[in-house]
Design a protein. Structure first.
Length: 234
């Protein structure tokens, strides 16, 4: 079996919520010398895209998302074991991340948290259904550089706008980068609420955070939009 076929099967297993099969395929990929980040990016993460598309079209439901999330978590445990000790010793920045108020879907957010940690960021994951005030208070508590809010529900998008407004109203906009992402979150929406950045995928979010830390000056400059898939098609 080729590497491409193996990773495609892994993605399908995650999408189908078959954790045992996903773990076996990930182990097989490691044994054949596939890089752990490639297993994540070109294999398991593809499964999240598949189940996300099914959910958006009405062909999958909450239990299916939960099953895919469990399968993804099992694969992530293996990837962490493979990459342990390889993360940068220099802290790239401090990130407060969570799911917006009213949203309990955390599959994508968990992947972003894991990837940021592997790439040297100090990550404080607040979980799901997080209020705007909690995001802000935790950002102050941990002296964060970035506040990252995710949502898989259109009904939770207004809280992203509220977050940016809240930080502005406290007079501390220059302290925190505010970024948003998730299935229904578009680049145009991120720009419309004055967010510092938006990423299409989990890997794009890591690149976004690196770009923001290099730019500095939160709350100034245009919204940075990172979409590696669109760039690949250009």
């Amino acid at each position: 079996m080729s590497k491409e076929e193996l990773l495609a099967l892994l993605g399908d297993a995650v999408a189908d919520g078959d954790g045992d099969k996903a773990v076996d395929l990930a182990k097989e990929a490691f044994e054949t010398g596939v890089d752990p980040m490639e297993v994540l990016n070109d294999g398991a993460s593809k499964g999240l895209s598949i189940i996300g598309a099914r959910y958006s079209s009405g062909d999958a439901y909450l239990p299916d998302l939960v099953g895919s999330g469990a399968a993804m978590s099992a694969v992530m445990d293996l990837i962490f074991a493979q990459t342990e000790g390889t993360a940068s010793l220099d802290t790239q920045g401090v990130v407060i991340i969570g799911q917006s108020k009213g949203d309990i879907h955390d599959i994508g957010k968990n992947v972003v948290s894991a990837l940021l940690a592997v790439n040297g960021f100090e990550v404080h994951d607040l979980g799901t259904d997080v209020s705007v005030k909690t995001f802000y208070e935790k950002a102050l508590e941990h002296n964060a550089d970035i506040i990252a809010m995710s949502s898989l529900l259109t009904t939770s998008l207004p809280f992203m706008d509220d977050m940016v407004r809240y930080v502005n109203d406290t007079g501390t906009r220059e302290r925190f980068f505010c970024i948003v992402g998730g299935g229904p979150v578009t680049a145009d929406f991120a720009e419309s609420i004055g967010a510092d950045g938006w990423g299409q995928s989990a890997f794009d979010c890591v690149e976004l955070c690196k770009k923001l830390m290099a730019r500095g000056n939160p709350g100034s400059g245009p919204t940075i939009k990172v979409d590696s898939q669109a760039e690949g098609r250009a």
